[in-house]
Design a protein around this ligand. Structure first.
Ligand code: AMP
Length: 404
């Protein structure tokens, strides 16, 4: 039997098929460019080559259908039929305040997800479409939702509330939710395993640095604080997002330039961050580091701003945790950019964080330690694997449902 993970976004549906009882995927892929020219399926069997198939005009429903056709293909497929899929684990960005662990999707859970669409208008509607498509094409399978916000449900009130009247939390749900939880939870678990320690008693700062960036303070395997807030805009500088900015500056710019809320939202989420600051017409850290090395002062400043915010957040979370056992780097930048890791940790020797330059620069893959032998705090690079985390949590939800 198998577990299928589905991540339905605005223009793509990503999938991975796992055996029900093992962590090694049997196949994975994506239907991309949905709603655009050139919609196509890219699929790969474990150990095989990627195969590309055009699927012109496919919407999310058709995307799920072609994924299932590919998985069950008589020559290239990996299952005899959809009957083998016993559960589907859906990545859902926002679970609101009520869905704080993986849930088997019944009518009540889906109605709640509909009701919180205003909290995640760019994500949850696509996830709901993915769920509906899977219910239609794999009706016998148990549909499970795994939330990006759920890991941060353990934030204490003093960490998740904003300093505005409490009624805006009670009536409007305005609070810090935090995101990237599936990734932070996965790497925190893998870090404990790598260090050979139980999560209990372990104080970690996990840095997810990809297109979006967030830092989480983890104690005893639970999220204690995290840098993203009501939306993924808060906190670190990111590829195209501003991260922290005084809300009064936002109001000032709106008044001065007559920006609408939608225009301001677009500016802060899509036209700010490294893209706006580095001046290289790209938000890819590889391009920005190359420009900085070639003498661009502007790119250099953007890199320093990016690293400085990570550094000061690590310091803040060391205080929140009352000490630190390990700093963990993950995602596209965290896993692949030694210069960013080095600069983010510069001058943190007073916290007991010392890098080993050679280990840090080494292009090794897989979970690894990059700290100096004399470092009190471990520095780990742990490749994230959100699909595996979703599959594991789906497996767990399935087991709980079947328990008498
Ligand atoms: P993710 O969201 O985890 O897929 O991360 C995507 C980001 O990782 C891209 O925007 C790149 O800037 C960054 N990235 C990927 N590879 C490298 C690399 N070798 N060096 C620096 N940044 C990288």
């Amino acid at each position: 039997m198998a577990i299928l993970t589905i991540n339905a976004g605005s223009s793509s549906v990503k999938f991975t098929l796992f055996p029900s009882d093992a962590d090694t995927p049997r196949a994975s892929g994506i239907v991309e460019r949905i709603g655009l020219e050139g919609t196509r399926l890219k699929a790969r069997r474990a150990g095989g080559e990627a195969v590309e198939t055009p699927v012109p005009g496919a919407d999310v429903d058709r995307a799920v259908e072609v994924i299932l056709e590919a998985l069950g293909h008589p020559q290239h497929g990996v299952i005899a039929g959809v009957g083998e899929i016993e559960a589907v684990g859906h990545r859902v960005v926002h679970g609101g305040e009520r869905l704080t662990r993986p849930v088997v999707l019944d009518e009540a859970a889906k109605a709640y997800l509909e009701s919180i669409v205003p909290l995640a208008p760019l994500h949850n509607p696509h996830h709901l479409r993915g769920i509906a498509a899977c219910e239609r094409h794999i009706p016998h399978a148990v549909q499970v939702a795994v939330f990006d916000t759920a890991f941060h449900a353990s934030l204490p009130r003093h960490a998740f509330l904003y300093g505005i009247p409490l009624r805006f939390h009670a009536e409007d749900g305005v609070r810090r939710y935090g995101f990237h939880g599936i990734s932070h939870k996965y790497v925190a678990g893998e870090a404990a395993r790598f260090l050979g320690r139980p999560p209990e008693g372990l104080r970690l700062v996990t840095c997810h640095l990809g297109n979006g960036c967030s830092v989480t303070a983890v104690r005893d395997g639970r999220s204690l604080d995290t840098s993203m807030g009501f939306t993924p805009l808060e906190g670190l500088l990111m590829g195209t997002r501003s991260g922290d900015i005084d809300p009064a500056a936002v109001l000032y710019l709106m008044e001065r330039h007559g920006f609408s809320p939608a225009a301001m939202n677009d500016l802060l989420n899509r036209r700010s961050g490294l893209l706006a600051l580095a001046g290289v017409g790209s938000n890819d850290v590889r391009d920005i580091l190359a420009a900085a090395r070639n003498g661009s002062n502007q790119a250099e400043l953007a890199v320093e701003m990016f690293c400085y915010r990570i550094r000061k957040t690590i310091g803040a979370y060391a205080a929140a945790l009352g000490g630190l056992d390990a700093v963990v780097f993950t995602a596209g930048i965290g896993e692949n950019a030694p210069e960013i890791r080095r600069r983010a940790l510069a001058d943190l020797g007073f916290l007991g964080i010392l890098l080993n330059e050679a280990l840090n620069e080494s292009p090794a893959a897989g979970p690894r330690a990059v700290h100096a032998a004399s470092s009190r705090v471990a520095v780990l690079v742990i490749p994230t694997n959100e699909e595996l985390e979703i599959a594991r949590e789906t497996r767990q939800a399935l087991a709980e449902q079947r328990r008498p």
